[in-house]
Design a protein around this ligand. Structure first.
Ligand code: GLN
Length: 446
């Protein structure tokens, strides 16, 4: 069914970089034989699944949408992919993204531009644009994305689907190609909150292969979907409804709050005073980490190598110059500069201090409230080409999603309305490891 739908719409949507049809059909056939047997079945038995192309899959091309990894076939599976196999999903293929997950529109992919299924002239968001578009277009039921500064929630919002960025440490990062290791998290993108809860359940948990994965019990997330939000305390940061957030987005949140109020929840306005520094701190920290993480792509160990190097140094230089796209180079240069001696204290250290203040803002609010609610993005999906020449406007897209990555908190985007026919998302932010509360609110409102 998935491949039939892909045959119908993929020409237009362009969500996939690689399809794994032969293997998927074999798996599906084996499942067909199992379906009527009394054998025990996996949690997500038979569900068609897409995986973002920065999550490694054994023997299945993994490019991070970069020329530098154009021919890279990993020799192992990421922990999340192994867990999906245990849950018995069927992997349909690998999904397009911004190169190395840097971007907010999928326009930074070296290979193709994924389009928004709601309006093919618009971007699907990014960097997990292929993951969100494939679910929205009905090509797969579930997908995995990764979120460093909003890359699951922003495309979910633009494509009218549900996207969860779990607490840092909830899901193993083993086999996720690192962008900014202290911020990256893998998470589920689905049509409904219920599907999302099941998929997160399947991929969560401590992993000996990732020392930052947390030894915290994984609850039955679906059990939180009772519809009961009576007495729940919701905080609405005034910074999230202020300047830059358009009227339709603001109104859709106020309408959603009315619905939640009708169900017995209470909400109040609060302040996260350091939010205004989040964007600057994020781009400094994430680029610093990226400059270190991406040094492994040297033309020797993986992927692309320049054809005629004059020396070893020349081989490094040319392979990287020819293999990386503009945005990736921009971040590596910014990060290398921020970490260079003499500038470290002024930039990197300062940004780390801001990060601590942002974390503290959230802790203060969560001392009194159960969840935080606001828009996911300041506007609905923009047009392809509209922001690509202007990196700062592009970066501003993440203004509402970034703060919680800096703090390591979990957050979801659920569809909450439309602006001129384009979907808008509501963001629910929860306490550390309290994804259950987020699902409870998102589901009650859905
Ligand atoms: N758009 C942000 C960036 O370009 C977020 C990326 C992400 O979350 N992977 O860095």
């Amino acid at each position: 069914e998935s491949y039939k739908r892909i045959g119908e719409v993929e020409d237009k949507v362009q969500a996939f970089l690689t399809l794994d049809e032969e293997r998927a059909r074999e798996t599906a056939k084996a499942f067909d034989e199992k379906i009527n047997s009394s054998e025990e079945k996996g949690l997500l038995f038979g569900m068609p699944m897409g995986v973002k192309d920065n999550i490694v899959t054994k023997g299945l091309r993994t490019t991070c949408a970069s020329k530098i990894l154009e021919n890279f076939d990993p020799i192992y599976d990421a922990t999340v992919v192994q867990k999906l196999q245990q849950a018995e999903t069927v992997t349909i293929g690998k999904l397009n993204m911004d190169e190395f997950a840097m971007g907010s529109s999928n326009e930074n992919s070296a290979f193709k531009k994924t389009r928004n299924p709601w309006d093919l002239d618009r971007v699907p968001g990014g960097s997990s644009g292929g993951s969100a578009a494939s679910v929205a277009a009905g090509e797969v039921l579930f997908s995995l994305g990764s979120d460093t500064g909003g890359s699951i929630r922003q495309p979910a919002s633009f494509c009218g689907v549900v996207g969860m960025k779990p607490t840092y440490g909830r899901v193993s990062r083993f086999g996720l190609v690192a962008f900014a290791s202290s911020l990256d998290q893998i998470g589920p993108i689905t049509r409904t909150v219920e599907d999302n809860a099941y998929l997160l359940q399947a991929i969560s948990g401590l992993d000996p292969m990732d020392s930052t994965s947390a030894n915290v019990a994984v609850p039955n997330f679906a059990a939180a979907l009772t519809g009961d939000v009576k007495g729940l305390k919701i905080a609405v940061p005034k910074e999230y409804l202020g300047e830059g957030v358009n009227e339709a987005a603001r109104q859709s949140i106020l309408d959603a709050l009315k619905v939640l109020e009708g169900l017995g929840a209470v909400w109040e306005e609060v302040s996260l005073p350091h939010s205004k520094y989040a964007l600057a701190a994020y781009y400094l920290l994430s680029s610093s980490e990226a400059s270190a993480n991406l040094s492994r792509f040297d033309g020797v160990r993986y992927g692309y190598r320049t054809p005629d190097p004059e020396s070893l140094i020349d081989l490094y230089k040319k392979s990287r110059a020819e293999g990386f796209g503009d945005e990736v180079k921009r971040r590596i240069m910014l990060g290398t500069f921020a970490l260079s001696s003499g500038y470290y204290d002024a930039y990197y250290k300062k940004a780390q201090q801001v990060r601590t203040l942002i974390k503290k803002d959230f802790e203060d609010v969560f001392a009194k409230y159960d969840v935080i609610v606001g828009p996911t993005t300041p506007t609905a999906a923009f047009k392809i080409g509209e922001n690509i020449e202007d990196p700062l406007t592009m970066y501003a897209n993440d203004i509402l999603t970034i703060p919680l990555n800096l703090a390591g908190l979990p957050g979801i985007s659920v569809p909450c309305g439309f602006d001129a026919g384009l979907p808008l998302g509501l963001q629910v932010i929860g306490k550390y490891f309290d994804e259950a509360a987020i699902y409870r609110v998102a589901h009650a409102f859905e």
